[in-house]
Design a protein around this ligand. Structure first.
Ligand code: NAP
Length: 250
């Protein structure tokens, strides 16, 4: 099979719903053992694990708030102890708390930066320790077009995603000598529950800026992640792959 992930162990943060769920299912279908991290949705995470196991794959779930350094560290250790390795880390967990800056509470700035960006540091730091020893690994950060183009009402979210992109490039340079690749995916508008918080008129107007004229599907992000996680992508690092219907052409 092209882009096979057999004998790989993947940890997907926020693997219970939306894009993370699709990535967990796609990786498992390609042969990876998957650790499905969740925060507040145990039933959804269990459903992903059950689906993988029913198809003959290996999966387990673990609750952790990845914005918390200690919980993120424990999560990575759990993945390594459960399946004996960690070959792929997908930093996918994310939230929005949209508001114009004049009205944005400090707490909403902190929550978004901690959940989207600090989590990426927390989990990557723990994973890199293991990957450096093994001299191989893949880190994939799920960023956003908002981190490339900016979005009004999303100074917190855009900053967190732009930060993830800069983090991707810096870490890619830092760990390349150990054969670890670090890349980002920048999704455009993808049909998940995260869009429910968006004003429908704003969403409709935003979709007019998408050359392909539609929202993406979570599976379309998962295919891109499977490519970046595969052996075939071994010579790609420090890149940002836009999966956005052509919205941001860099
Ligand atoms: P979603 O459907 O709302 O799912 C978010 C996931 O993140 C859930 O599994 C949630 O887990 C998890 N999560 C949230 N806070 C967490 C925390 N503190 N610790 C661990 N897990 C946490 O959102 P989505 O659309 O799939 O988004 C996934 C990623 O793609 C995010 O980083 C988002 O910014 C990015 N993205 C999405 C879009 C889009 O249009 N959908 C566009 C660009 C980028 P629980 O449910 O268990 O709490």
């Amino acid at each position: 099979m092209a882009l096979a992930l057999e004998n790989k162990v993947a940890l997907i943060t926020g693997g219970s719903r939306g894009i993370g769920r699709a990535i967990a299912l796609e990786f498992a279908a390609r042969g990876a053992a998957v650790v499905v991290n969740y925060h507040k949705s145990p039933e959804a995470a269990d459903e992903v694990v059950k689906k993988v196991q029913e198809a003959g794959g290996k999966a387990t779930a673990m609750q952790a708030d990845v914005s918390d350094f200690k919980q993120a560290d424990a999560l990575v250790k759990f993945a390594i102890e459960t399946f004996g390795d960690l070959s792929i880390l997908v930093n996918n967990a994310g939230i929005t708390r949209d508001q114009l800056i004049m009205m944005m509470p400090e707490a909403d700035w902190d929550a978004v930066l901690d959940t989207n960006l600090k989590s990426t540091f927390n989990c990557s730091k723990a994973a890199v320790k293991h990957m450096m020893r093994k001299r191989t690994g893949r880190i994939i950060n799920i960023a956003s077009v908002a981190g490339q183009m900016g979005n009004p009402g999303q100074t917190n979210y855009s900053a967190s995603k732009g930060g993830q992109i800069a983090f991707t490039k810096a870490l890619a340079r830092e760990v390349a000598a150990r054969n670890i690749t670090v890349n980002a995916i920048a999704p455009g508008f993808i049909d998940t529950e995260i869009l429910d918080a968006m004003n429908p008129d704003t969403l409709e107007a935003a979709l007019k800026m998408v050359p392909l004229g539609r929202k993406g599907k979570p599976e379309e992000i998962a295919y891109a992640a499977a490519f970046l996680a595969s052996d075939e992508a071994a010579f790609i690092t420090g890149q940002v792959l836009g999966v956005d219907g052509g919205m941001a052409m860099m």
